[in-house]
Design a binder for this molecule. Structure first.
Ligand code: PBG
Length: 331
């Protein structure tokens, strides 16, 4: 008998799926807690509640952070991404609170680096948690002015770096900010600060719950700076621009609706991280709460899709829950 082409019946792909051990033998991608980055909301007393549109996610007081962060570390998570809910009384047109060395985010960074120094602390750079209008930058004639905003972002970065942040994630989408921030860090001798840029940030409806979490009262939309969801070529140009300007890695966000971009981004040779944003998290939580899907499975499956698309890290609000499940599976 001669074997000819690899086709049925010689080729039976179900052979690879016949038992749990055999499936594992042929598994192409794996999820580990160290793949996950946990975004954490920090707040002042009074705001330390669960976020209504993000079931299971709450804001923490600075003093609660060490225990939370230590737990994350024990679970295998190696980086967190901090976001502040600035009290409304401190929000202004020009986001001056972002530059206060004693602001909430700086207090949080100091606390974590003092109590859990091994955890990598990443912070967001953009002005929306500090502006009355909820935009990521400084407005002029109703639109965010690029270069004025970049000047403030540099100062915001240095403020957070001085407080001890290991890495900065600019999420503002201004042109030229990576180069400007990188140069400012070099001048200050802060050559080891990681700069992981949201090179691809779409103007997405999936950020809704996040905006409630940080108390942003957005006037209008962010379409003059965030990407048009219809565009892929432009997203790749944005990635190229940020890598050329000195970014250590690129974040694509949201995640699931933009897997094509995650997958193509890899070709530029820099690490690509993906952000499963607040609305994606909420969709899974709400569907599961209503019995439509199984929550754990949905988080695992979506994370595997990010791995398949070759994201090297996944930022997800479910990082701790997922890590606990992974521990259970491997036990
Ligand atoms: C702000 C920022 C946003 C998110 C991260 N940084 C929201 C926005 O651009 O309006 C969204 C994250 C999420 O939805 O989980 N620059």
């Amino acid at each position: 008998m001669s074997l000819t082409v690899a086709a049925y019946p010689n080729l039976r792909l179900r052979r690879l799926r016949q038992s749990a051990s055999i499936r594992e033998l042929f598994q192409e991608n794996h999820l580990n807690p160290s793949d996950l980055i946990w975004p954490v909301f920090v707040c002042e007393p009074g705001d330390d509640t669960e976020i209504a549109t993000m079931p299971g996610v709450r804001r923490y007081l600075v003093d609660e952070l060490p225990e939370q962060v230590e737990e994350a570390y024990q679970l295998g998570i190696r980086a967190i991404l901090l976001f502040p809910k600035t009290p409304s009384a401190l929000k202004t047109e020009n986001a001056i609170e972002a530059l206060n060395p004693k602001n909430l985010i700086c207090k949080a960074i100091r606390k974590i680096k003092e109590c859990v120094p091994k955890m990598v602390v990443l912070t967001d750079v953009a002005l929306d948690p500090y502006t009355t209008h909820g935009h990521d930058g400084i407005l002029k004639n109703g639109d965010v002015e690029n270069d004025t905003t970049v000047d403030v972002l540099i100062k915001q970065t240095l403020n957070q770096v001085d407080a001890g942040a290991d890495g900065i994630c600019p999420s503002d989408m201004m042109d030229g900010r990576i180069q400007a921030i990188r140069c400012a860090l070099e001048v200050k001798g802060r050559v080891n600060v990681l700069l992981v840029s949201y090179g691809v940030k779409y103007a997405s409806t999936f950020y809704g719950p996040f905006r409630s979490a940080v108390g942003a009262n957005l006037q209008g939309d962010k379409k003059t700076y965030q990407l048009n969801p219809a565009n892929a070529v432009e997203a790749l140009r944005d990635i190229k621009q940020d890598i050329a300007e000195g970014a250590d890695g690129i974040i694509v966000k949201p995640g699931l609706p933009y897997l094509d971009i995650v997958s193509q981004a890899k070709s530029f040779g820099a690490p690509i991280w993906v952000y499963q944003v607040s609305g994606e998290y909420a969709m899974i939580k709400y569907a599961a709460a209503n019995g439509a899907i199984v929550e754990e499975d949905a988080f695992y499956e979506t994370c595997l899709s990010f791995k398949r698309a070759e994201a090297s890290k996944i930022i997800t609000y479910a990082a701790k829950e997922i890590s606990k499940c992974l521990k259970k599976i491997s036990a």
